[in-house]
Design a protein around this ligand. Structure first.
Ligand code: HEC
Length: 303
């Protein structure tokens, strides 16, 4: 085994195995262990020195032993050593792929012209080049058939698939990061779980002034289509987050509620629209018309 791998490979390989093991077993956070703990560097240096020392000692021993052997044994030992593993397979393949003639045989392929002493060899095309060329021809034919004859997917299709994947990933991400919502991105939540969560936020924080059925008290009626500060999810979210006009009693809830909770309670408030509360407060503010609503949502009489 020792003879199979030369020492200039053996030493680094063993060293890097030890190095890898050290990095694997020492928990050093983001930084590599040998930077985080200088003692590790010292240890690795020692390992390297010991490995080199072992190599040196073994080869010195070998030399001493060689001198003690008689001629016949020496010859046998050297012959054994000769059999060391050379990368013969790699070398042969490499030469085959180059396809060049050895210098001794160049006489066979020399062309008979001569320009100021410069002569030309009639070498074969190198096989690596020829094979790559054939492969590229086959690739081109397959490509042509797939994409131009049988109309394979186009770059536009690829883009669309990627966009669709990205949209799915975005939806997934939004589900786990509900608190990313703000006034610009808030949309009406329709999930029963979200509405229920909104209801419980409302019952804990808002009923004192708006009543459990939204009919209003200190705060305005939330069930009619009149709004002081604007209806629609964005305005309601803004009112909840930033509060109403100063001195009126509606505080900014962003300090106490998470963005997701404000979106949920805002969506819940909007579900109260059109319900009939027990003691409705008289409408305040203006009738809210959503300018950004899609055209088909506007009743035909309004057009
Ligand atoms: C201390 C009483 C009080 C509490 C508690 C309260 N509000 Fe209000 N709310 C008001 C008042 C007063 C207004 C009117 C503000 C104005 O006129 O500027 C108002 C306005 C609103 C409006 C705008 C109504 C409109 O017509 O534009 C919404 C929406 C609203 N509150 C939702 C909530 C939600 C949701 C909660 C619970 C998180 C809540 N409020 C808690 C007193 C309160």
């Amino acid at each position: 085994m020792r003879n199979l791998v030369p020492s200039w490979i053996r030493v680094p390989v063993v060293f890097f195995i030890i190095f890898g093991a050290v990095e694997f077993f020492i928990d050093s956070g983001e930084k590599p262990a040998f930077i985080e703990y200088p003692a590790v560097m010292l240890f690795l240096l020692l390992v390297l020195l010991i490995l080199i020392a072992i190599e040196a000692i073994v080869s010195a021993l070998e030399n001493v032993m060689l001198h003690k052997l008689d001629e016949e044994a020496k010859a046998r030992f050297l012959a054994e050593k000769e059999k060391t593993f050379k990368f013969t397979w790699l070398e042969e393949t490499y030469n085959k792929l180059l396809g060049s003639k050895p210098i001794e045989e160049e006489g066979e392929i020399i062309l008979d012209h001569n320009y100021d002493g410069i002569k030309e060899l009639d070498n074969n095309l190198p096989p690596w080049w020829v094979y790559s060329f054939y492969i590229s021809i086959i690739f081109a034919a397959v490509y042509l058939l797939r994409f131009h004859v049988f109309d394979g997917y186009s770059q536009i299709d690829e883009l669309e698939t990627e966009l669709a994947d990205a949209r799915i990933a975005l939806e997934e991400y939004k589900k786990t990061a509900k608190d990313l919502v703000d006034i610009n991105t808030v949309t009406v939540l329709t999930d029963a779980a979200d509405i229920k969560a909104g209801q419980s936020v409302f019952e804990t924080n808002c009923v004192a002034c708006h009543m459990a059925d939204g009919g209003g008290g200190i705060g305005p009626n939330l069930t009619d289509d009149h709004w002081i500060l604007g209806g629609g999810i964005k305005n309601v979210f803004k009112t909840v987050s930033e509060g109403g006009r100063s001195g009126k009693g509606m505080i900014a809830w962003k300090a106490q509620l998470k963005p997701a909770q404000m979106a949920q309670v805002s969506s819940y408030v909007l579900t109260l629209q059109g319900t009939t509360p027990a003691n409705p407060k008289a409408p305040e503010g203006d009738i809210w018309v959503d300018d950004s609503a899609p055209a088909e949502d506007i009743p035909t009489e309004a057009l």
